[in-house]
Design a protein around this ligand. Sequence first.
Ligand code: PLP
Length: 227
Amino acid sequence: MSIAQNLAAINERMAQAARAAGRDPAEVALLAVSKTKPAEAVNQALAVGQCLFGENYVQEAAQKIPQVNEGALWHFIGHLQSNKAKKAAGLFDVIQTVDRAKLAKALSRHCSEQGKTLTILLQVSLAGETQKSGCPPEQAPELARLCAGLPGLRLAGLMTMPPFFDQPEKVRPYFAQLRRLAAKLAPDLPAGSMAQLSMGMSGDFEAAIAEGATLVRVGSAVFGPRS
Ligand SMILES: *Cc1c(COP(=O)(O)O)cnc(C)c1O
């Protein structure tokens, strides 16, 4: 199947999952994850109306983004080292993986210097896997308050990458947990700070939509398997 056909099929499945959950399909956006794929593949997706793209590596994105046509919006979804914050702040529209104060402060400083407002999501690690990136849920309230107050940043929600990402029914409780965490944090934050829930990938985006995802991150189902 072509990228255009894959996108049409995924958009249809997303709309069905939203309707099945009693949600408006317009509430859920598709982030096409283009890591390891060439700019040409991104341009094919862009040509059929896909505008949001996700990348995991700053270096790869720095090469790819200039080769992509006008109209794409870029989300960073990989682990971000603080020493790459400046470059990432210049390249991306959204950083989904803010998981510690040091990184938030570095992004804030660089955005202020560049006169830019960067939309960020907090990456939360729900399974207590300490080696993984993502802040533990217990630390999320403090990090969210910090980010909401930093110049140059606009906090827009939460992101998670659960374990067992190949078994949709096992990950569903984690998606529910992220939704509950956002609901718990929202009252103490500026309006809109918890509007977005980035969760769900190729294997489990329908389960994520059933649990309230507003942004699903789909790579291989759009662009084909990664080598
Ligand atoms: C690679 C990646 C995805 C997409 O994964 P697929 O299974 O190919 O859909 C989504 N989110 C993150 C954080 C990723 O690194």
